[in-house]
Design a protein around this ligand. Sequence first.
Ligand code: L5Q
Ligand code: ZN
Length: 673
Amino acid sequence: MGAKKFTAFAVVSTMVFTLATANVSAAPSEQPPKAKKMAVLEKLSKQSKGKEKVAWNKEKGVPTFVTGKLSDKQAKTPADVKKIVEENKALFNMDSASSELSLISQEKDSLGFTMYKYQQVYQGVPVFGNELIVHTDKNGTTTSINGYYDPEVKTAGLNTKATLSLAQALNKAKASEGVANVSKFDIQKGKLHVYETEKGDYRLVYVITLSTLEGKQPVYADLFVDAHNGAIVHKIDKVNHAAATGTGTGVLGDTKTLNTDSYSSGYYLRDITKPMYSTGGKIETYTANYGTALPGTLLTDADNVWTDRAAVDAHYYAGKTYDYYYNKLGRNSFDNRGATMKSTVHYSRNYNNAFWNGTQMVYGDGDGRQFTSLSGALDVVAHEITHAVTERTAGLVYEYQPGALNESFSDVLGNLVENKNDPKWLLGEDVTTPGIAGDALRSMSNPNEYDQPDHMNEYRNLPNTREGDWGGVHINSGIPNKAFYNFVTTPGITKDNAGKIWYRALTQYLTSYSQFIDARNATIQAATDLFGANSLEATAVANAWASVGVGSSGNNGGSGDAYEPNDSMSAAKAMSSGTTYNGLISSATDEDWFKFTPSTSTYLSLSLTNLPADYDLYLYNSAGTLLARSEYAGTSSESIAGTIQGGATYYVKVVGYNGAMSTTKPYALKATY
Ligand code: L5Q
Ligand code: ZN
């Protein structure tokens, strides 16, 4: 049932409602539901001589507690009682007491009261958490009705014929608890229910109860398994354990508070405080004890003061990463379905790396020279978890450009989650070469510092082998890393907005074999979706990629030409010496004009390169007189050189020969003087 059901409801006098009945004039048989409800309240008030009390479930618009004389008639049997509910059903927006209520129990107490407890059913299936209790006194007078009845179930259009068998649902529940291979269950049972999720939608579920001590940890829980698709919709943990707060020392000797899980005998390194826990999702940290078997052993501690430094940080930083994804990007764990996040520390010996193995995070302790324990860096932890996100979204394959993009998205999100004052945008600086300050694994501001290219003109064509780093996935990632750095440091761009754009590109646009140019297009589109086509963000993204040689600068409504409209001499775009201008001849009639004014007489060298088709180049004076032309055939570059006058304005025209054009591949124009 929805959590919102438990919002406060007020005990109000029915007078409020009886006053309003004055406006209702329809005949009883054709009364709308509201009027029928008011008629019942009026009758209740009359029969109870004004002493009735009604508490309301505001969310559903039905009572949770009605006290008063509910009927003139006496009730001595469940059948009598149902008739009395039927008499009052309008109050509950109920269609039929006989088909929507099923007797669970009947009990007489020492005061002579009898309670009749009914389960709400929809098409014969119990509606979880909804029972009504009817109370009669020793004379059989109905004195109150209380409990929950949900009038909205019947409007949800739920298919109550299960797709899964109970046995299949039991297997789903066991798998989600990690006890699929266990044979000794104290309880393994389930029953079909209608369940309203916390979001307010209705599901047909098996409520499965499992209890066993045979697995790695004790299990006693109710799991709500969707009877149509097998998803775990909700979990209620019944083991006597509780969220606790411990303290721990991290890899760098810092103290932090940890979310842990308290049992009678001690504490588990398990976080059950995140929103995903409502569907069973946890953050758990294990140790491989210097071996390689995964996940290893869930860490425990007797006093909730944790001293395994690698474990403390793996656990704490996984929580920080979950929070960033959940709060800033609206993603619920790496699969966006609240999957448990597992980490294993102390993997092997002197292991100088960390990885996502398709299921969980794994951290080495480093050899103490090149690295200390790799979980000691939040950007490394978020880097690994982002590999899991990428795997479930764009699915970027781990080779060549898609692999370098995969690495780059992990570095970008790694640094965004870390969110510290790190002007160089370093990766792994907290765990790299203990004892040497200021170094790192990579630098996003200056990839060259760690032997990575920072522009397409330095792109490394490496073989698709381990030695070749799978076509340079950790090498060429310098290029998209620098593009992100260029973007996020553009004045007016915030880290949060940059994160939203990159995340949207990763999850909504990129595909498994996306190239750098696709990442450019995807991030421009994501920025356009979020901030508009002509936003600072969209333009800055395009320029950030252009600066690393991926596409041209500017985002002119997606034309890829930042200088348009510069289609005539009077609309010429001003150039400065030494700057490359990437523009498009985007139609057979497009011509692009540029201008410049040297301060003193000097030597000009004008070049037009990167030609997608046969373009030509012309130089004019301010009177429109042609001074020089370059009209080579095909895609040969064009150039003009000569002496020019100080203080005079010169005009440059780029045009396609015989209608030559390209809407995608920009030319490069440069004047040096
Ligand atoms: C790497 C993951 C990280 N490792 N870069 C070799 O070069 C090699 C491995 C890595 F999280 F530790 F950074 O990115
Ligand atoms: Zn990586």
